[in-house]
Design a protein around this ligand. Structure first.
Ligand code: GLC
Length: 521
């Protein structure tokens, strides 16, 4: 693995900073809190952390509404705190990835305040102003256009009206935003996760989106139309290539794109001649049904679509999607951990998944997420998966001494880090074992994935780099299943009792059991 870029053999750990660790008892996590917990991450065995936005922000969308691209919000700390965190991250041999939010700013960003102040100012064209709205809908529901009384025009906001979209067709915007990237790159950050990369450029003729024939009532207003003209426009790829050039000025940094598109379109984000994103986030495991057939089909489809020379990646959870343990159940989510750690390429784990954290029920008067507030009850709310990390056995779980900004949740208290560490059978112990195995065995990172098979609810495949051969098996049926697997030794299993068990050609797996074994040559 020596000659692979660091990010190719990395397991990335996403930190949602509000919920990781509070250091000043205001109920909200912060940078010093993250620094305080770095040794936990080293012990866990991850390689890089990606921190969701920490820039100054009115927090209308919890940091995804940026008011200054080159600062730190006081809620999270100071620039000195950031510098110290970065230093400590690097001292431990970890990498630091920041979130970059280019599609929109906050309405409190000085650029937008100037832009909306008159029709005739140097920042007017930094945003998207029109005399008439078209039918584009916000991702959070309702029209994506907001009428602005003082100047009598509408501005575009693909998310909240407090998040006006930047006009990336304007070279001045590009240059200001690229300078913001350089600011952090110069400081030493190792890369960026780019927010809603596929939305950054819109149709220059502002054509209406066509109706979605598959729309059913209750899906949210955006689902009424097919996003033909306000997403995934052809010009985006040139822009991503330019963004990549900026990163390349600084050497081996990583460019990750948040992109929710079908596989065939996702692949375009690697760019022509691979001059696009290093890792267009692969959300297939977040979206597909958790059956052997569906997983086999999805994994094959994704891997065979990857352009030559491009690098695969897998995401099991993030701050926008229901947690895996709640989506597929606790037992199967252990098998999901095994699957994730057995797949080729770069992996991303969302904070708390390694504990088996579940979604927390949020009472209507506790709702924080603007997506839920705008369209209540249609399942868009993201608070349940954003609740604080439980660190120890106490009512506030060592997360804060104040009032946590979201409830910690009874079920998550029991999987706290302290208790999980003592239990060899916990999800945390399983993740630690799997991460150690992955770091020991380069074939798991970069070897080929072959012989995919899904029969009777069993998912199987082989991972091999020519030197070592591994077999992955997972039972997603509801019954105990016998299976022919060849000779070897079980290296890791959802059932820890089986670690190290010799296999002589034949195995039986319980429902939701998964394992990885080496095969004798
Ligand atoms: C991305 C973020 C999400 C945010 C949205 C708008 O999808 O992951 O949390 O609300 O962009 O910035």
């Amino acid at each position: 693995m020596q000659n692979l870029s660091w990010w190719k053999h990395a397991v990335v750990y996403q930190i949602y900073p509000r919920s990781f660790q509070d250091s000043n008892d205001d109920g909200i996590g912060d940078l010093n809190g993250i620094r305080y917990r770095l040794d936990y991450l080293v012990e866990l065995g991850i390689d890089a952390i990606w921190i969701s936005p920490i820039y100054p922000s009115p927090m209308a969308d919890f940091g995804y509404d940026v008011a200054d691209y080159c600062g730190i919000d006081p809620i999270f700390g100071t620039m000195d705190d950031f510098d110290q965190l970065q230093q400590e991250v690097h001292r431990r041999g970890l990498r630091l990835i920041l979130d970059f939010v280019p599609n929109h700013t906050s309405d409190q960003h000085p650029w937008f305040m100037e832009s909306r102040s008159s029709r005739d100012n140097s920042k007017r064209d930094w945003y998207v102003w029109r005399d008439k709205p078209n039918n584009w809908q916000s991702h959070f529901g309702g029209s994506a256009w907001q009428f602005d009384e003082p100047t009598g025009q509408y501005y575009l906001h693909e998310f909240l009206k407090e998040q006006p979209d930047l006009n990336w067709r304007n070279p001045a915007v590009k240059s200001a935003m690229f300078d913001a990237l350089r600011f952090w790159l110069r400081k030493g950050v190792d890369g960026f996760r780019v927010d809603v990369m596929w939305l950054m450029i819109k149709d220059d003729q502002f054509r209406d989106n066509p109706p979605n024939p598959a729309y059913t009532f209750g899906q949210g207003s955006r689902a009424q139309f097919l996003p033909l003209y306000d997403a995934d426009r052809p010009e985006i790829h040139e822009l991503v290539a330019e963004m990549r050039d900026v990163l390349e000025e600084f050497g081996d940094r990583v460019l990750i794109g948040e992109i929710y598109l079908p596989i065939s379109r996702l692949m375009n984000y690697y760019g022509r001649q691979l001059r696009g994103a290093d890792l267009p986030f692969n959300f297939q495991l977040l979206q597909c049904a958790w059956t052997a057939d569906e997983l086999a089909r999805t994994i094959n489809e994704y891997l065979s679509a990857i352009p030559t020379g491009a690098w695969p990646n897998w995401v099991l959870g993030n701050h926008d999607k229901s947690r895996i343990a709640s989506r597929i159940g606790l037992r199967k989510s252990r098998a999901a951990a095994l699957l994730l750690l057995s797949l080729p390429g770069t992996l991303t784990i969302y904070n708390g998944e390694e504990l088996g954290m579940q979604d927390v029920h949020i009472a209507p008067d506790e709702v924080q997420d603007p997506a839920e507030k705008r369209q209540p009850g249609i399942g868009m709310g993201r608070d349940p998966e954003r609740t604080p990390m439980p660190w120890e056995d106490s009512p506030l779980c060592g997360f804060t001494g104040g009032t946590p900004w979201l409830p910690i949740g009874k079920s998550n208290q029991t999987v706290n880090v302290h208790a999980s560490r003592k239990d060899p059978d916990s999800m945390l112990s399983l993740y630690e074992r799997l991460l150690r195995l992955r770091h020991r065995e380069p074939a798991l990172v970069s070897g080929a994935l072959t012989e995919m098979d899904a029969t009777d609810g069993l998912l199987m495949f082989i991972r091999s780099d020519g030197n070592t051969i591994f077999r992955f098996v997972m039972n997603l049926s509801e019954e105990r299943r016998p299976v022919e697997v060849g000779k070897g030794t079980i290296l890791a299993c959802t059932n820890i009792q089986r670690d190290g068990e010799p296999v002589r050609g034949f195995l039986e797996l319980d429902p939701a059991e998964a394992l990885i074994m080496n095969l004798a040559k």
